[in-house]
Ligand binder design. Sequence first.
Ligand code: GUN
Length: 284
Amino acid sequence: MTAKIIDGVAVSAKIRTDIATRVTKLRERGITPGLAVIMVGDNPASAVYVRNKMRACAEVGIQSFKYSFPADAAPQQVLDTIAELNKRDDIHGILVQLPLPPHFAIAQVLQTISADKDVDGFHLYNVGGLVVGDTVFPPCTPYGVVKLLEHEGIEIEGKNVVVVGASNIVGKPMALMLMQRDATVCICHAKTRDLAQFTILADILVVAAGKPNLILPQMVRTGAVVIDVGINRLPNGRLVGDTDFEGLKEKVSYITPVPGGVGPMTVTMLLANTVASAERASGG
Ligand code: GUN
């Protein structure tokens, strides 16, 4: 079997066209969606992500505002900035790029963002919404994965889904979103013994572990769907996911490439959440 390679760039482009139309409608009513992006320190990967997010905003007509703080900034300075942004009518989304320097209490920073502007979906209110199946802002990466599955017409209901990785940003919300869609979900993580005995059961395998070549062809059922959320930079500079892409593509039915799979969808769903927030704030 040769897999269909899921083209996240193409799916993103379609969704972004719809988003741009919604932005145009808002702007006709005098509302320009606005996203504030807060970055603390100079983590090079974060700098690239932030630049990509802001460029994507500009392309669909969302205004973005960057707030940069040095790595040794006082947490209170950042909290005060968030409090001000919470009050501003021209800001519909607030994103704090993670990770933060070690002297920051991430939970405290995330809980300071107004739940109404939490376009990353990390505030406890939105996390709770995810648990009960009534989310306002789904977290962008798992939201993007669901959109990719939907776009390819891959059924979720009743399927065995195995999520490898139990982070707050990807693994846990991914599992909740797929459970909400009536999949049978198993979450594996760094302490899972004999990972393969779980992954082999997956109709849909979502991998977000941050380990190159973690998933090999013998760990996956023939015809499975593999969604690779990993982004790893090898010593030779190559960007790879968490799976043996070349080996797996001869065995599975669908697979996402890295780069060009889930990555662009994360940014796209951030745009979607920001526009949804502006529509919500304007009552439409
Ligand atoms: N760092 C890695 N992924 C993300 C994300 O989706 N949002 C934010 N804010 N930071 C991240």
